[in-house]
Design a protein around this ligand. Structure first.
Ligand code: HEC
Length: 179
């Protein structure tokens, strides 16, 4: 190889190496993709995120839906003489209503005046006593309290449905251990 060719080959090699190095440059890292569809993680700011969460979690209807569901379970547990299960759902009902009041504080006055005091406590204590003679009347009072709050909160139509229409067969069983 003549020195001229050697120099030319060297130039080509250097250019090739430079081109290769340029190609090897890392592309800037892609932004971390939002999880899911990004309705919260991809929100432009915290205020938008809060607003979306509030809208999604809704108002008092959503906790009331859970309360209605658990109320049915209370009723069934009473029919079965399963006092601890009835007490379990009854406690969750209180927690759910309190959670709802955090969202809708205007409903607090009626909730406390009509339901969360004696009617709720009365059934809770009766369930703890495991005495069916106390439980039956306490449940009837509590049911009346649910319905009174619906009337007071201007949603009396809620009361006109099977959930509140079906009477609890009395007397209640003595206990589920008796079977
Ligand atoms: C603060 C008074 C209050 C108390 C106490 C209360 N409710 Fe309600 N309930 C409401 C209001 C108000 C609504 C309608 C909510 C809305 O429109 O946002 C409602 C709605 C409901 C609904 C319909 C929910 C739905 O959208 O599917 C059911 C079922 C229900 N209540 C059951 C009960 C039961 C059972 C109890 C007692 C264990 C109870 N509620 C106690 C105020 C109350």
């Amino acid at each position: 190889m003549t020195p001229r060719y050697a120099a030319a080959a060297l130039c080509v090699a250097i250019l090739f190496a430079l081109a290769l190095a340029a190609c090897n440059q890392q592309a800037p890292p892609a932004p971390t993709p939002a999880r899911g569809n990004g309705w919260l993680t991809g929100a432009p700011d915290q205020a938008t995120k809060d607003e979306r969460l509030e809208r999604y979690l809704r108002g008092f209807d959503q906790p009331m839906w859970e309360v209605g569901e658990r109320y049915e379970h209370v009723e069934q547990a009473l029919r079965d003489g399963n006092w601890p299960l009835a007490a379990y759902h009854w406690e969750k009902i209180q927690a759910t209503i309190k959670g709802g009041l955090m969202k809708r504080p205007k409903r607090q006055a009626n909730a406390e005046a009509l339901f969360l005091g004696e009617p709720w406590n009365g059934l809770h204590e009766a369930l703890e006593s495991q005495d069916p003679k106390r439980i039956g009347p306490a449940f009837a009072r509590a049911k009346g309290a649910c319905m009174a709050c619906h009337a007071a909160e201007q949603v009396p139509f809620i009361n006109d449905q099977p959930l509140f229409r079906e009477p609890l067969p009395l007397p209640l069983p003595v206990s589920n251990d008796a079977r």
